[in-house]
Design a binder for this molecule. Structure first.
Ligand SMILES: NC(=O)c1ccc[n+]([C@@H]2O[C@H](COP(=O)([O-])OP(=O)(O)OC[C@H]3O[C@@H](n4cnc5c(N)ncnc54)[C@H](O)[C@@H]3O)[C@@H](O)[C@H]2O)c1
Length: 379
């Protein structure tokens, strides 16, 4: 159990990245929306060593050179892989078409042959076979293969995992996640994984697995063009629900992401704030624990976005800690770097992500076939 000061749980909201090696040479492949919006701003404010970029699109290459000052920019990513100073690649080629997926597999092969480690964007693939192909290549060549499931490093999410692991709420029994987002995400097909579940729900299936340290055994999902609900059974005692709702009415300010974890000895409830431009309040986390002092009920966990007393942030706090996307994207990258330095598996490694892929694909199968699906059916 972590120490508590004045009743306030002191659990880390992230790893102590600064104590590790963060100057590995990074090559970024695919300079599109998410890289411009989140990866490169985060890397810039953290001072990471971005040595090269590649994109098939000329405008994207211009952005890499002019906005981000990356000196070595290529049309063909294979030239980037030839650079000795590139230690690892950050791949943000989309997953959305068959051609994109062929490219991702080819990049994985070429990078593995060149001995470069890989941070691959989520969702790893649209099919289990494709995902496994890449994981197998990385394993055979002995490179680190991390999946950018950045949600794990959102401050409220990360601290929740530590509260659970350190026993604040006893044995978890129930997990509930509710994500209500404004329109614009309405694109879903029952026939194959397409948009909302692949782009979004996959984070929430992944975070449940990570918090609980288990993969569900079976699930039931209903899905239409704007909403999906999933009930997941992890074992006899642990059940979870995900409500993923695209608002039909109301404005952009209605965006809300909340979660709750009930255990045998306490409860955690929290919200994730994403980004200030989404006009969402910052991350928040509260815990009720039978281990707390008797007179105290809900305790607010200190997160960088809402430091309360006791000298402010746990590790000094930085701008990138404050918003989930920045903290999340630095988390994925810093963890890959530290997995190289410490020669361990990345927290979100390919083998682990195959299980998250199974959950997401089981949810599609369940929605399509109108029945409960065993996760083991996805191979
Ligand atoms: N973790 C998250 O929160 C999060 C958020 C948004 C997007 N994503 C993921 O990031 C990925 C990229 O999404 P996006 O919205 O930035 O896509 P995008 O279409 O805006 O950008 C993709 C870029 O990749 C380039 N590209 C495509 N094929 C290439 C190739 N073979 N070689 C080099 N460059 C190539 C394109 O020209 C484009 O510039 C998606 O898989 C998406 O799911 C993750």
């Amino acid at each position: 159990m972590s120490n508590k000061t004045g009743g306030i749980p002191l659990v880390p909201y992230r790893e102590r990245w600064e104590e590790g090696k963060l100057d590995y040479g990074v090559g970024v492949i695919g300079i599109g929306a998410i890289v411009s919006w989140a990866h490169l701003p985060t890397y810039e404010m953290t001072g990471l060593n971005i040595v090269a970029a590649a994109d098939v699109d000329e405008k994207a290459r211009e952005v890499a050179k002019k906005r981000w000052g990356i000196k070595k920019v290529f049309k063909d990513y294979r030239e980037l892989l030839e650079l000795e100073e590139v230690d690892l690649i950050d791949v943000a080629i989309p997953h959305r078409t068959d051609k994109n997926m062929e490219d991702r597999v080819q990049v994985t092969k070429d990078a593995a042959d060149a001995g470069k480690h890989i941070l691959m964007h989520k969702p790893l693939a649209r099919t289990y076979q494709r995902a496994k192909e890449m994981v197998d290549i990385a394993r055979q060549k002995g490179i680190k293969f991390a999946i950018n499931q950045n949600s794990r490093w959102g401050p409220a999410h990360f601290a929740t995992r530590n509260l659970i692991r350190e026993g604040f709420i006893g044995k978890p029994q129930v997990v509930m996640i509710e994500n209500i987002s404004p329109g614009g995400w309405n694109s879903e097909s029952m026939d194959e994984p397409t948009f909302r579940m692949l782009e979004w729900s996959i984070h929430h299936y992944d975070i449940m697995r990570w918090w609980l340290g288990k993969t569900p055994v079976r699930l039931y999902t209903t899905l239409n063009n704007h909403t999906n609900f999933t009930i997941l059974k992890f074992d006899e005692n642990i059940q979870a629900s995900l409500a993923e709702i695209t608002l039909l009415q109301g404005g952009a300010n209605e965006h809300k992401y909340e979660f709750r974890v009930e255990g045998t000895e306490g409860v955690i409830k929290g919200r994730q704030g994403w980004h200030s431009f989404m006009k969402m309040p910052p991350d928040k986390l509260e815990v009720y624990s039978s281990h707390s002092p008797r007179q105290v009920e809900w305790l607010q966990v200190r997160l960088p976005a809402n430091p309360i007393g006791l000298g402010g942030h746990l590790y000094g706090g930085s701008r990138y800690d404050i918003s989930y996307p920045y903290a999340g994207f630095l988390g994925s990258m810093a963890d890959l770097m530290q997995s190289i330095e410490q020669d361990r598996e990345p927290i979100c490694n390919g083998e682990d992500n195959l299980k998250t892929m199974q959950v997401m694909l089981a949810a599609y199968k369940s929605a399509k076939e109108g029945r409960e699906v065993e996760i083991s059916e996805i191979k």
